[in-house]
Design a binder for this molecule. Structure first.
Ligand SMILES: *Cc1c(COP(=O)(O)O)cnc(C)c1O
Length: 445
């Protein structure tokens, strides 16, 4: 509905554009409510973060208006001299941070980045191997309802029955039997370090591409608190909005040359880097989102600052402290702990589903998501797990001491899941607790 008084758009030919509060009071009100929610709750969703004001400013800049189909120096539109510099800057910063030969910053997000990689490396019907979704893999690594499952042959791998960590021996067996052309290493709910060296050895034994998807952990890699897959993997993909704290988007890193060019792509005159670029544009996408690329460049500049290493280390320290505190309170964690920014509460032995606990926690101002755990017997829409992550709470400045308090809040709610008075009390305490911290992008605006 448009409001007939006060709001709306400027008269043609004038420059009197009203601010959001006036132009669209409905959206403005929703924005204020979202800001308030984020200031007064604990954001423990492992894939979320608080982008800085500078990143948000670039995201909301006039770069949003520019069409720049193509790549720097080879565009299909005029007037791109400045955005050429911008995109080159983002690519150069990525290459410097990760030490890779080639970077593509145009994918609209993580899933389109993964799709582009599949199109650059595989033919429809080829075999792709990935960690299953219930055990921590991502939709795009070969799940039935996703393009990766409909367009390619899925060869799933799982976790070790007891350790719930990647079982390289059985993975090797499966790879030797199935001879996949692509192996994914990475996940969305895996709290341990990925062994890229071991995975690279297996991939080489079966002439498979190895692709690391570091969507969750790219910030940790840049900070030096998780191994860098570049060098071990043919291609690396990531989102730009998770631990690396940039805008909503994705990027792809790779070598220039394809080590399997003669084997799988002898008919192509393009090397690996070029095939990836062509898969992103024009195969799958049109014009890149230059505002997002601008914001990515800003985020990478921030991530190159020594303070980002401190940030990354604190994310991990916080996850460990939270894990330890929850273990001491009698909770089970998948793999018994964490090496990175996330932990997964294993609630299989508890009376309610992961979804039910996540709802209770949310009423108490603790924002999480429910998640499958290894051996889960509940439906994927209910699950027996809760995933917790520390990137966002670390961005607001919380440390180990705060993690102990967060564990206490979680415990209060989960021990009394049916007592809404308790939830309301914790909700107030959480709001008081959060008030002591400045939230990037909100408090400093
Ligand atoms: C988040 C995530 C993605 C997908 O990112 P979107 O931006 O949501 O498309 C891909 N892979 C992994 C491992 C992820 O965690």
């Amino acid at each position: 509905m448009s409001n007939s008084t006060g709001g709306g758009i400027a008269e043609l030919g004038t420059c009197e554009w009203p601010p959001l509060a006036v132009a669209d009071s409905r959206v403005h009100e929703l924005l204020l409510r979202q800001e308030r929610q984020e200031r007064t709750t604990l954001k423990l969703i492992a894939s979320e973060n608080f982008a800085s004001s500078a990143v948000l400013e670039a995201t909301g800049s006039i770069f949003t208006n520019k069409y720049a189909e193509g790549y720097p120096g080879a565009r299909y539109y005029a007037g791109n001299e400045i955005v050429d510099e911008l995109e080159n800057l983002a690519m150069d910063r990525l290459k410097a941070l990760f030490g890779c030969e080639h970077a593509n910053v145009q994918p609209y997000s993580g899933s389109p980045a993964n799709q582009a990689v599949c199109r650059a490396l595989l033919c429809p019907g080829d075999k792709m191997m990935g960690l299953t979704l219930p055990e921590g893999g991502h939709l795009t690594h070969g799940w039935a309802v996703n393009f990766s499952g409909t367009d390619y042959q899925r060869v799933p791998y799982g976790l070790h029955e007891k350790t719930h960590q990647i079982d390289h021996d059985s993975l090797r067996e499966t790879a030797k039997r199935e001879r996949p052309k692509l192996i994914w290493v990475g996940g969305t709910a895996y709290p341990r370090i990925f062994d890229y060296e071991a995975m690279a050895e297996i991939a080489s034994e079966v002439n498979s591409y190895l692709v690391a998807d570091i969507a969750h952990i790219s910030g940790l890699v840049v900070a030096g608190v998780h191994p860098n897959p570049v060098g071990h993997c043919d291609v690396v993909t990531s989102t730009s909005h998770k631990s690396i704290r940039g805008p909503r988007g994705g990027f792809i890193l790779s070598r220039n040359e394809d080590r399997y060019q003669a084997l799988y792509h002898s008919k192509s005159k393009h090397n690996l880097a070029k095939r990836i670029d062509r898969a992103v544009f024009p195969l799958l996408q049109g014009g890149p989102h230059m505002n997002t690329i601008a914001a990515l460049a800003v985020a990478l500049h921030e991530a190159g600052n020594p303070s980002f290493r401190v940030y990354g280390q604190q994310i991990v320290n916080n996850a460990r402290a939270l894990a330890q505190a929850l273990l001491e309170r009698g909770y089970e964690l998948v793999t018994g702990g964490t090496d990175n920014h996330m932990l997964i509460l294993d609630l299989r032995e508890r009376p309610l589903s992961g979804k039910a606990y996540a709802e209770r926690l949310s009423q108490a101002g603790i924002i999480t998501n429910f998640n499958m755990v290894p051996g889960d017997r509940r439906h994927p829409a209910l699950t027996s797990g809760i995933r917790l992550g520390t990137p966002a709470v670390t961005s607001v400045g919380m440390r180990e001491a705060e993690m102990l308090q967060i564990a206490a809040f979680i415990d209060l709610v989960c021990r009394q899941p049916d007592d809404s008075d308790v939830h309301a009390r914790v909700r107030r305490d959480v709001a008081d607790f959060c008030a002591a911290f400045d939230v990037p992008g909100i408090s400093d605006r």
